[in-house]
Design a binder for this molecule. Sequence first.
Ligand SMILES: Cc1cc2nc3c(=O)[nH]c(=O)nc-3n(C[C@H](O)[C@H](O)[C@H](O)COP(=O)(O)OP(=O)(O)OC[C@H]3O[C@@H](n4cnc5c(N)ncnc54)[C@H](O)[C@@H]3O)c2cc1C
Length: 471
Amino acid sequence: MTTVAEKQRVAVIGGGLAGLSAAVNLARHGLAVTLFERSPHMGGRAQTTLKDGYHINFGPHAFYLGGPGHSFLQDLGIETAGSAPPIANAVGFYKGRTPILPLSLGAIFKTDLLSLADKLRLIKLMLRLNSINENDFESLTVNAWIDLDKDLCRAGDALKSFVRALIQLSTYTRDMDKMSARAGLYQLKSAVRNGVSYLHGGWAQLVDALVDKAREVEVTLVAGCEVIEVSRNSQNGEFNVAFKDKTKGLLRESFSGLVIAAPPEVVKMITAAKAMKSGQIPLNLGGDELVDVKAACLDICLSELPRPEMTYSLGLDEPLYYSVHSSAAQLTPPNGALIHAAYYLKHGETGTPQIEKRLEDMVDTLQPGWREKLVYKRFLANITVVHKILSIKDGKLGGYWTEETDEPGVYRAGDWVGVEQLADSSLASAKRSSELLVAHLESARKSSPNSNSNELAYWSEWQGARAQVHE
Ligand SMILES: Cc1cc2nc3c(=O)[nH]c(=O)nc-3n(C[C@H](O)[C@H](O)[C@H](O)COP(=O)(O)OP(=O)(O)OC[C@H]3O[C@@H](n4cnc5c(N)ncnc54)[C@H](O)[C@@H]3O)c2cc1C
């Protein structure tokens, strides 16, 4: 492991999965890390609400096993505990019916959703899935890939809709005419190959483990402090972080490097120089406009399930999701049940009372009488699942930001950074951005025997290079 000789001070902005894991990794490399989180609680969108013994994630969360996020957490000494989704009796919503959902070989034979020819097509697709090279489809959307695939192009609407529903399930993205086939296929392959897990106690399991690790490696966790500006000091090249402290007001601190793990709109806001102090230089950290993926989520806590066998469903001609997470993970008091239902929103669409009603109607179909068992419900009309759609730009995968910025010493992390998806993206970009920052500080240190002036030397050299580029 690389170590930095002296404890240099670095800051992480944002205390979601990306910020917390980046902070732990930076501290493990010998840096003195301060993490600023706007909210009084760490965890961002991975938080879990605890209500009357029910552990409620913000909408349905499944942890991708075997992916880059999983291996980074293991690297940090964090193991996850949970169970696979309860898909045994899964049904679909299609043209007003609820046919068996062909999620296993047995279900493919039993279902009346597909014709015999399409059942064989689905089996063939599952058998060849691993050998499909998604990189061959970099310039195609998911819809275009389905239309061009030699076998799927001849399939009926039900099979095509089922394949789209699986990609939507694994990416949360409904815009199949925008999403890159490369990204959709990669994620589907990963979900089928390695599986996903509903975590015991909800995703607080991850957040709590990361907070514990952060304390163990002496990260300074500053909660309830919103960062409002970051800039660079023109004299010494250090980064200035201005933040609001509830009791002391506006404070400023200096750091040798930054990982920004706050959402893209915040990155733009905190670098837009409004009242910058003299001697401070604004930073250029943003990237292309990104598209948010959103969902309307209905979280339902019941004292018991009217129909315990009805645990899983997907809409095929409607963007619906339903799963009894408590049938797999420990999330409720004895006999209780926690259902997560969701409606995948297209770009530009917002959650409405009609969508909430549609979700409740779906639960009526699957769990008649659930209202009499209701303990608590919550409707999140328009929650951002992930801040990017992996789409196509100039014939290549686009729609995301990279860890590296135009400013040496400042890196980005979050689910909007890199080509991975969902929480894998937050964690994988956190690993890369923290390691890039460590390497940057190490190289700055080596470039000058005098450790106090090394950052300045590096900064001046870079300023010169930047001036030449702009000439
Ligand atoms: C409904 C739903 C379902 C999901 N399902 C899945 C799933 O099944 N599988 C999966 O892998 N992922 C899933 N996700 C995605 C996953 O939750 C996120 O990708 C991940 O939690 C994002 O972590 P992050 O650290 O990148 O961002 P965030 O969690 O958004 O963290 C950013 C943090 O920055 C803080 N911040 C913002 N501005 C400032 C500021 N000025 N100063 C200081 N701090 C600031 C915020 O308060 C926040 O805590 C789901 C998300 C949602 C909403």
